[in-house]
Design a protein around this ligand. Sequence first.
Ligand code: HPA
Length: 275
Amino acid sequence: MFSNNPDAEHSARIIRERAGGLGVPSFAIVLGSGLGAIADALSDAVAIPFGDLPGFPRPLVRGHAGRLVLGRLGGTDVAVMQGRAHYYEAGDVAAMKVPLRALAAVGCPALILTNSAGSLRPEAGPGSLMMITDHINFTGANPLIGEAGDDRFVDMTAAYDAGLRARLRAAAGRLAISLHEGVYIWFSGPSFETPAEIRAARVLGADAVGMSTVPEVLLARWLGLRVAALSVIANPAAGMAESALTHETSVAEAAGAAGDLTRLLIAFLKDDPAA
Ligand code: HPA
């Protein structure tokens, strides 16, 4: 189906070797800015620095450690990417292609993406969680440009898996965590948006805004992975509050909500390890 990718195959081999007695991960989980601490909750953890994995990113952004941590969370085998590559770092929209291909090649069937995001909804304040139901690709960039073959024409009508969303909603309910749901709009960054852009995004139907996730969803759906995505709201989007936007505040707010996100993910994974 896909052309060979030597880096992805090499990385997949290394992941399998280092996994030892761990099973094939049921979920890959990508941790967003400030959310790296979730990896500390894994049991039987095996950490592989991205530097040991050909084609994996060499993250530049603070708040990203840059390792793949294999282990168990909520009794389920998972592969956690602590750190991701962003389009704004080097203009490479396909920077997550090799990692996601490698995880698919080891047999992982599903991906949970996390990010920190700005909120376009006053009732979804900093520290709250939003499950992504759909997205708007406002950059126009696409990591599948240049791929050959008809499978590049990926159907995006149900990109965010309804079954996984129902399980996340149920897990949040059990924990009495309020889980907002909404549409994520992807801006390239690294500058934050203008207030006019945020007003436009609201008209377009967006509920949260961020600089990641969408290219990974496109790649994952191309690879046939089921996808769920969760935003930790770090700040009201530009123009929606008095305060200026800074990366530091955004990372600190996300870190503050990482506890709820960890509890949600553990409850979700305990519910049905078979994915
Ligand atoms: N805009 C874009 N990305 C973000 C934001 C924001 O307001 N907050 C956290 N990541």
